[in-house]
Design a protein around this ligand. Structure first.
Ligand code: OOG
Ligand code: MG
Length: 264
């Protein structure tokens, strides 16, 4: 699938999306204004935004998959995953109090992240191949912040908006790739001390490593790959939970400790 939009339009949309992120301003879903925009255009917008940030000195510190679980697809009304990149300034420490003013309408997701030790390139990579290319697995929270007003978006719009990326928190307890069966890893999310969501790793495409394989597959469409040493967030296991000022989140991972964060 090729692009429908010309390069000038792609650059204009990339700037519009990035300004919304930097200024914490809501925007209207892009496909309302650009009905011809397709997934290839959205991918081009995201990569343009990434290159613009890098040119200004931002470091890209990882990748994320989004909408990889039925809970998330149902919550957002889409049927296919998307991906995004993670910037250095998206990182918050485990246990930190995060300024609510960094966000528009943040939601918290419980995820599992992989750090790779071999290049992952091409289509049809198996879960076993991903595991053999994994240095360690670590629990992580994502703080997504869709720039779209009332969270109204479609797959194309969310892909252009860097898949709602704006924050992540890495847990302190990493595990070897063979430490457990990641599909049965239990996750329990509490907000302000009350249980709000729970799930198991298999919620993510049957196995979180399948999400890494799908990222390689999606990157192959544009002749990109996952280089060795990449931090990859595999996508929310449960539905995302809306945060308001003063809220605190604690996510318990089976045998991997807690990851916590609060909002100011
Ligand atoms: C899109 C990003 C979803 C995930 O883990 O599923 C995502 C959104 O819901 O805003 O990061
Ligand atoms: Mg996520």
């Amino acid at each position: 699938m090729g692009c429908n939009l010309d390069q000038g339009t792609i650059e204009k949309i990339a700037e519009h999306c990035e300004n919304a992120e930097l200024n914490c301003q809501e925007i209207i879903k892009l496909t309302d204004d650009y009905p011809d925009m397709n997934f290839a255009d959205a991918t081009a917008v995201q990569w343009q935004m990434r290159r613009n940030k890098e040119a200004r000195g931002t470091r890209i510190v990882g990748m994320k998959m989004g909408l990889t679980s039925w809970a998330k697809m149902n919550q957002m009304g889409v049927t296919q995953p998307c991906y995004g990149f993670l910037c250095d300034y998206f990182s918050y420490a485990d246990g930190a109090t995060v300024p609510f003013s960094d966000f528009i309408h943040p939601k918290v997701e419980a995820e599992v992240a992989f750090v790779t030790n071999k290049d992952l390139k091409g289509r049809g990579i198996s879960v076993d191949e991903v595991m053999a290319a994994t240095e360690f697995v670590v629990p992580a929270l994502e703080i997504i912040d869709s720039r779209y007003k009332d969270f109204k978006f479609d797959l194309t719009s969310v892909m252009a908006d860097n898949s709602s990326s704006r924050g992540f928190v890495i847990g302190s307890k990493a595990a070897a790739p063979d430490a457990c069966d990641w599909s049965t890893l239990g996750v329990v999310m509490e907000k302000n001390g009350k249980l709000v969501e729970l799930g198991a790793g298999a919620a993510v495409l049957d196995h979180p490593a399948a999400s890494v394989a799908m990222l390689a597959e999606m990157l192959a469409d544009i002749d990109e790959f996952i280089p060795a040493g990449t931090f990859v967030m595999t996508g929310g296991i449960t539905a995302a939970v809306l945060a308001e000022p003063g809220d605190s989140f604690s996510v318990r991972y089976q045998n991997m400790g807690n990851v916590t964060l609060s909002f100011s």
